[in-house]
Design a protein around this ligand. Structure first.
Ligand SMILES: [Zn+2]
Length: 337
């Protein structure tokens, strides 16, 4: 029932986006990777871990899975949450420049160059991944169960987001190139239709010496894939009749306009497995960031945490986030319509 509910929320959001031809901001509205994708990424990341860590994460796998979408829920409740999910790296350069040589890797240098306000306006995901890794290391060192679990789930979300090409551009929903709706198309519609067949066993987690540098590498790979993401959709749109590009599907009591199955499959084929690959790389990265934080903390033995439940305080905090998310979601819909 709960699964069905979440799926219907995801579908409702996606369909709404396409149907209205708007998405006032993927940066404030969309659940990147969809709830389905984020949960799958966190869940499968557990299976990349070495035995010393595996039993701890395995015994908490439902928590890690369920809370993979908390950062998107918090967008409705917490000030400053939204920019942690993306970076509009192309904002900082002209078309012929390489943003990765222009934007400083380190936060302090970037603040000096552009100001903190500017960085927050255009997204901070690589720096936030570093901050979260440091916090997770500290939580491991203190054997702080609440924070190990909460931060592991959260960091999985941000790392997943960083793997999405449309999370690295000002043209995040194709709104600058006449391709509105492409955000949800790439990261939700494709997984929704095809991801059940994908391979999620991606090998082992590996140690990351420099988390900030790795976060930038992920952003770079995402950004370099952006050209194909946009160009292929455009090419296919030209090749398809408009009435074949979209179709109508029954979603509960409502008929929604969605990208057709035919168009979605053709796009996925043209991308040559890109969405699956980015999802697999997300899984491997998430496991590697968890593993590295634990190593940096001195490989603490987590055996005695296995039987401990999370605190009442954390449980109450989750209830508040859920309540705010549900209330705001309804308001947002009415406002948008
Ligand atoms: Zn997100």
């Amino acid at each position: 029932m709960r699964k069905l509910f979440i799926l219907s929320l995801l579908l409702a959001f996606f369909s709404f986006t396409v149907d209205k031809g708007i998405n006032n901001s993927a940066h404030t509205c969309a659940s990147s990777w969809g709830f389905y994708g984020h949960k799958r990424i966190n869940r499968m990341a557990v299976f990349t871990l070495p035995p010393e860590l595996f039993s701890f994460y395995k015994s908490n796998i439902e928590f890690i899975t369920e809370h993979a979408v908390d950062p998107d829920k918090r967008r409705y409740a917490a000030e400053g949450e939204a920019p942690r999910h993306y970076i509009d790296i192309d904002h900082y350069v002209n078309e012929d420049e390489d943003p990765f040589t222009v934007v400083p890797e380190k936060w302090d240098e970037a603040v000096r160059k552009y100001s903190q306000d500017t960085l927050e306006a255009y997204g901070i995901v690589p720096w936030h991944i570093e901050v979260m890794t440091n916090r997770l290391t500290k939580a491991f060192r203190n054997k702080d169960l609440d924070n190990i679990l909460r931060l592991s789930a959260d960091i999985g979300h941000y790392i997943g987001d960083a793997h999405v090409p449309l999370h690295t551009t000002e043209n995040y929903n194709g709104q600058l190139t006449g391709q509105l709706g492409i955000h949800g198309f790439w990261e939700s519609r494709i997984p929704e239709l095809i991801a059940e067949d994908w391979d999620y066993f991606v090998g082992q987690a590996s140690y990351i010496e420099a988390p900030l540098n790795r976060a930038w590498e992920i952003i770079k790979q995402s950004h370099y894939a952006l050209d194909s993401v946009l160009a292929f959709e455009k090419e296919l749109t030209t090749a398809f009749d408009t009435d074949k590009k979209y179709s109508f599907e029954n979603r509960g009591a409502v008929i929604m306009k969605v990208y057709s199955i035919e168009f979605t499959k053709a796009y996925n084929a043209k991308l040559n497995g890109m969405v699956e690959r980015r999802m697999q790389q997300s899984i491997q990265s998430v496991g590697s960031f968890w593993y590295s934080a634990w190593i940096k903390a001195g490989k603490p033995d987590l055996e005695d945490l296995l039987s401990k439940p999370i605190s009442k305080k954390l449980d109450e905090e989750f209830s508040r986030v859920n309540a705010a998310h549900n209330a705001r979601k309804i308001k947002g819909r009415i406002h948008n319509e």
